[in-house]
Design a protein around this ligand. Structure first.
Ligand code: FES
Length: 141
């Protein structure tokens, strides 16, 4: 391979990799859609169809200040976490597939809601879930 052809191929590969990195970082910055739903009998109902494209969904129950992070696990069960920082009650933000972060003082939680970085010391509140007729029921009591 002559020098000119080598440089041309190398630059093409570099541009493709750079473009992929930019697109990847932009998509991780994108705001996740929030599914708004009513609360009835201290329960929230979420259609399983919401998880056709993704294994994570933000849920905003009517009348609640904090969102719930609802994740579909590999075994088909669902984990529902209250996204309220246990340090000083700030709303948490999803950190990709790696859990949640607090923008106020920097606490971090893994996707199971366990504290991985303080100042928070307590894990996130986890709500029990069950599936009934293609609906995920989150029990808020
Ligand atoms: S409120 Fe979240 S770290 Fe302080």
């Amino acid at each position: 391979m002559d020098r000119r052809k080598f440089v041309k191929q190398s630059c093409t590969v570099c541009l493709a990799v750079s473009a992929g990195m930019v697109i990847g970082s932009l998509s991780s910055c994108a705001t996740l859609p929030v599914y708004k739903t009513a609360v009835a009998n201290k329960q929230v109902s979420v259609p399983t169809a919401l998880f056709a494209q993704s294994n994570f969904q933000l849920i905003q129950p009517q009348g609640m200040y904090y969102n719930i992070g609802l994740r579909k696990e590999d075994d088909g069960t669902y984990t529902a976490l209250l996204l309220r920082c246990t340090h000083a009650d700030n709303q948490l933000s999803p950190a990709g597939n790696n859990g949640f972060t607090c923008n106020l003082h920097g606490s971090q939680f893994d996707k199971e809601g366990h504290v991985t970085h303080g100042p928070a010391e307590r894990d996130l509140k986890k709500y029990p879930t069950q599936i009934i007729s293609n609906q995920i029921i989150i029990n808020l009591s």
